[in-house]
Design a protein. Structure first.
Length: 168
């Protein structure tokens, strides 16, 4: 048995039926287009969030022994302040997985006085690692990598930190 058209069942005027079918098709296409626009916007949002996450970590993972320019402000009391080079002390696995890194500030003004002020060379300059100024800082504070300390200088800073914290 053949199906009867809705117009013959409900006795709808053929012009009204055509208009209703056209409207139904228009809404169907509009819904598909709206769903497509929603998915496009969702893709753009996911990309934007991914870019923000990557820019927060500067697209690279800081490595133990590297020296980075770090924005240390705001500070309180006797904390070492301003943007300055800092040595990354935290391990590679922590640097990959955490949003913070452990640093020790470097300074060019005081004279070396181990274990608190350990002499190192950074960027061709003689500086000191201020081993009692150890901080965990957000990766968002990292500005630019300046290079890495030599293994000997890194070991000297590690020894200074061990003495300051009485870990030996």
């Amino acid at each position: 048995m053949a199906m009867k058209k809705p117009a013959t069942i409900l006795r709808i005027h053929p012009a009204a039926l055509e208009e209703a079918e056209a409207a139904t098709e228009w809404y169907r296409r509009r819904s598909v287009r709206a769903a497509g626009m929603f998915l496009d916007e969702l893709d753009r949002t996911i990309d934007r969030i991914g870019d923000q996450i990557q820019s927060r970590s500067r697209g690279t993972v800081p490595r133990r022994g590297e020296v980075w320019w770090v924005r240390l402000d705001p500070t309180q009391g006797s904390e070492i302040s301003k943007s300055r080079p800092c040595l990354i002390l935290s391990s590679g696995i922590l640097n990959e997985r955490r949003r913070t890194v452990v640093v020790v500030a470097l300074s060019s003004s005081p004279k070396a006085s181990p274990p608190l002020l350990v002499p190192v060379q950074c960027g061709g300059r003689d500086v000191v690692a201020v081993t009692d100024q150890i901080r965990a800082v957000s990766k968002e504070r990292l500005e630019q990598c300046m290079g890495a300390l030599s293994p000997e200088h890194l070991e000297a800073v590690e020894q200074g930190v061990r003495e300051v914290l009485e870990l030996d």
